[in-house]
Design a protein around this ligand. Sequence first.
Ligand SMILES: *Cc1c(COP(=O)(O)O)cnc(C)c1O
Length: 217
Amino acid sequence: MRARIEAAARSAGRDPAEVRLLAVSKQQPADVVRAAAEAGQREFGENYLQEARAKLASLRDLSLSWHFIGQLQGNKTREVAEDFQWVHTLDRGRIAQRLNDQRPHHAGPLDVLLQVKLAEEAGKGGVSPDEIDSLAEIVAGLPRLRLRGLMCIPPPETEVERQRAWFRRTRELADDLNRRGHSLDTLSMGMSADLEAAVAEGATIVRIGTAVFGPRD
Ligand SMILES: *Cc1c(COP(=O)(O)O)cnc(C)c1O
């Protein structure tokens, strides 16, 4: 997997070290994650809290970095604030406030990405581009959260040029925020099917499930 990311970075004229692999381990049992950790993978992404909690508990001895990439529900923020180092899917001020209030003090600030809604699609979360500024202001004002960047899940596209257009839009939104005084250093974009397009447009984290672990049920 690392070889594919490195090839994508090189052909985009980027340093491969700028692109991190987040191994998306949803539906994978703890022993599969443990094997990946033993092979050197440190960062893992989970979507479903109930599934993640048991897995995280049984892998606690490994000191891995866990990223929450599923839809955030207001009544489930405590588990995320307590067990994860990163959240990729923040899209509402009310949830930002709860995560801030529930982040344990021994843990250090929670690293946060705002999920951007690039197109109107039923069932997908995200903040619309015209509301990003105000959400970024709210998050920047919360001491237990650290605003690190943006994340997107674009509509499925088969053509690379169309894939790239969604990722480029996300990068431009991050650039806009930085021009207004934020210091975002992270773009979480690209999955198994479109990571090359995402890396070409500046992704710093690619979220890969199938291409790491094989197909899910
Ligand atoms: C499942 C999932 C992924 C990984 O998808 P693959 O196509 O298996 O690489 C990445 N990001 C999110 C938000 C996901 O839910």
